[in-house]
Design a protein around this ligand. Structure first.
Ligand code: ADP
Length: 397
């Protein structure tokens, strides 16, 4: 069975074609700058054949048409007939309260995803465009939606409610939704496999540390709390997002600076975090480089980042009444061993011991705690696309 996984953003589309019989990626690629100048597609096959097509890609329909053409291409393609694609799995950001798991897309599902555009205004409309285009280009093929929020729908009210007047939850569904759910689900399940223990018996803290970053507490196979909230702004210090702040700061700065709510929103989402503190970059590699060269604000930015992760891990250990394993994933979690070392060292009081040599791994699945550590620590590269392909296959089978 062959499944195409699509992640459709505002000006980009990422894709992977899976052969699910072998669970391998036959081809993958991405389209950038849709609707802007210099748009292009980059494509790579399982055998390592690569190509780049620079071409005007005015909209998502043209983009998806182009990626299908490349999949069928004589030289760079991996299928000879479009009918070989059995189904399409779509990454959808916001599934609100309704979508507690992945679903086959029908008219009603499409309508509900559209209704949730106000909760995920930067993503849901573009996810929906991807779905609609695929429906047209691959008529009759099942389309499946896999939501970033679904994994978190098991949180209890004490974790998802904000202590605001209850009517805002009733009227507008203002609550903690959480994101990166597909990633937290993949790595926490994989962690149980690596431990050779039942997922339903473990307490796992999953740290997805990328440009966007979130942490999830997974007890007995269910998410019980997560750091992102109504939007991805809450929680950890991120590349450009501030994460947790005193909500009163918003009014204070707006009055002092005489700025609008839109400008304030942009400051918190695009100009804060590692970038805001360091004044250098949102990319942790640049910030680390500057910190190593003695830049004080870069050092401070990294300290804040790590400290916030440590605080959340402490909070989630308390929330779950213990922890069996901590997992690091995503760009920073998989690659920045200094960050992992600094975080785990601060958790020594829990009896967690890091194997410093093993921890020097980058982008590889590995246990990085010592055998006598009370809590196991793993690096597990995330694979949201595989999770989407697996869900799609399970639903259509
Ligand atoms: P997102 O998917 O949220 O855009 P990623 O998971 O790709 O983000 O993570 C981006 C972050 O990961 C950046 O801060 C970057 O510096 C860091 N990162 C990615 N690859 C590496 C690497 N090989 N070594 C060190 N840091 C890396």
């Amino acid at each position: 069975m062959k499944i195409l996984v699509i992640n459709s953003g505002s000006s980009s589309i990422k894709y992977q074609l899976f052969d699910m019989d072998k669970e391998i990626v036959m081809a993958k690629g991405g389209i950038q700058r849709i609707g802007i100048d210099n748009s292009f597609l980059k494509h790579e096959t399982y055998e390592g054949k690569e190509t780049r097509i620079d071409r005007d890609i005015p909209d998502h329909a043209a983009g998806i048409k182009l990626l299908i053409d490349v999949l069928l291409d004589e030289e760079y393609g991996v299928i000879s007939d479009i009918d070989e694609i059995d189904a399409v799995g779509h990454r959808v950001l916001h599934g609100g309260e309704k979508f507690t798991e992945s679903v086959i897309i029908n008219d009603e599902v499409e309508k509900t995803i559209e209704e949730y555009c106000d909760l995920g205004p930067l993503h849901n409309p573009h996810n929906l465009t991807g779905i609609r285009v695929c429906k047209k280009l691959l008529p009759g093929k099942p389309q499946v939606a896999v939501f970033d929020t679904s994994f978190h729908t098991t949180m209890p009210p004490k974790a998802y409610l904000y202590a605001l007047p209850y009517e805002y939850y009733e009227k507008y569904k203002v609550k903690r939704y959480g994101f990166h759910g597909t990633s937290h689900r993949y790595v926490s399940r994989r962690c149980a496999q690596l431990m050779n223990r039942p997922y339903e018996e473990l307490k796992i803290i999953s740290c997805h540390l990328g440009n966007g970053a979130s942490i999830a507490a997974v007890a007995n196979g269910k998410c019980v709390d997560t750091s992102m909230g109504l939007t991805p702004l809450e929680g950890l210090v991120m590349g450009t997002r501030c994460g947790d702040i005193d909500p009163a700061i918003i009014k204070f700065i707006m009055e002092k600076e005489g700025i609008s709510i839109e400008e304030m929103d942009k400051i918190m989402n695009k100009k804060s975090g590692l970038l805001g503190i360091s004044g250098i970059s949102n990319d942790s590699r640049d910030v680390s480089e500057a910190a190593k060269n003695g830049n004080k604000r870069a050092q401070l930015a990294l300290e804040l980042f790590d400290y916030r992760v440590v605080k959340y891990i402490g909070a989630y250990v308390a929330a779950m009444g213990g922890v069996d394993a901590i997992v690091f994933t995503a760009g920073i979690g998989e690659n920045q061993w200094e960050t992992r070392e600094n975080i785990i060292e601060q958790l020594g009081f829990l009896g967690i011991k890091l194997d410093k040599e093993a921890n020097k791994v980058r982008g590889e699945e590995k246990e990085i705690s010592t055998p006598d550590s009370t809590v196991k620590v793993f690096v597990i590269p995330t694979n949201e696309e595989l999770m989407i392909a697996r869900d799609t296959m399970a639903l259509i089978s």
